[in-house]
Design a binder for this molecule. Structure first.
Ligand code: NAD
Length: 282
């Protein structure tokens, strides 16, 4: 039976360190958050970010823009925040209104203030292992792996999902630790090869958004399973892996909810303090 790999206790330890570092800075770090339009999911996320920021002694400024905000208005707004020396980090809440292209917009955030590490310059730095500001979800997964004590060197790691915010940057972080990384995606499934790859995984990380995609019997005996997926099924939140069957085979497994989720906002705040430190250095 697998040991449960919970995010909350790890998040608490990291928060302690973030709080300590924030206190040692000359000015309180400020995160500017832009929310364009009304969305229940974004509103809930903002609330949780706000709560954690204040709890850590950080400032959180919410800027609400209308549903009809145009790309050019949003770009001008971002530029204003870029130029404001008191602001250390900028985050754009998703989803954005349909007329705004997130990929285009995110490139206008100054890389030094890009606390989600989504700017091409920051993604590029990951390739060279040069940055402490990592994308939040991949960073959360790396913290969970660290907690298991596993040595990633030479390990067979399978990542299912190749999005720009999770799968792709995560694969780079794992390579940096000399893991042997296989990245699966919709093409792998369509080719009927997902099961064959998953079965090889000593470490399995799934970030797709499809409940029950990974069958419990595919999980290798003793594997570490990290389930990033979030799905609502019959009013309950579940991951992408068949939890009950997988937990009988794995050595460690993350619960959903309670695994990756509690760590991601903590990673965001760690990035904010990291950004503030770099900006405040003489
Ligand atoms: P995305 O939609 O951008 O990417 C989905 C990925 O899954 C793609 O690579 C796609 O090719 C792959 N895919 C789709 N169907 C597949 C199939 N049948 N077989 C294999 N691969 C398949 O998603 P995302 O933004 O990376 O998010 C993935 C999941 O992780 C979602 O459920 C999301 O809610 C969740 N998520 C959770 C957190 C967290 O903090 N816990 C953070 C980010 C995302």
């Amino acid at each position: 039976m697998a040991r449960l790999l919970e995010g909350k206790p790890i998040a608490e330890k990291i928060k302690e360190e973030v709080r300590r570092q924030a206190q040692s800075l000359k000015n309180k770090p400020i995160l500017a958050s832009i929310q364009a339009g009304e969305n229940a999911g974004a509103a809930a996320y903002v609330k949780s970010q706000q709560k954690i920021a204040f709890d850590l002694g950080l400032d959180y400024q919410l800027h609400k823009l209308g549903q009809d905000t145009t790309e050019s208005v949003l770009i001008e707004f971002i530029k204003k925040l870029n130029a404001d020396k008191s602001i250390n980090g900028i985050i754009i809440q998703m989803p954005l209104p349909g007329q705004i292209d997130y990929k285009k917009i995110s490139q206008f955030i100054l890389p030094e203030k890009d606390v989600e590490a989504i700017h091409p310059a920051n993604i590029g730095k990951i390739i060279f292992g040069e940055t402490k500001m990592l994308p939040c979800t991949p960073a959360a997964v790396m913290e969970l792996l660290k907690e298991t004590g596993v040595d990633l060197y030479g390990k067979e790691v399978v990542v299912v999902g190749h999005s720009e915010i999770v799968g792709k940057p995560l694969a780079l972080l794992l390579l940096d630790k000399f893991a042997t990384v296989t990245v699966c995606h919709i093409g792998t499934s369509k080719a009927g090869k997902l099961e064959e790859h998953v079965k090889k995984a000593e470490i399995l990380i799934v970030a797709v958004g499809k409940a029950g995609l990974i069958k419990g019997e595919w999980v290798k005996e003793g594997a570490i399973v990290i389930d990033v997926g979030i799905n609502r099924v019959e009013g309950k939140i579940v991951g992408d892996v068949e939890f009950e069957a997988a937990e009988k085979r794995a050595s460690w497994i993350t619960p959903v909810p309670g695994g990756v989720g509690p760590l991601t906002v903590t990673m965001l705040m760690r990035n904010l303090v990291e950004a503030a430190k770099l900006q405040q250095e003489p």
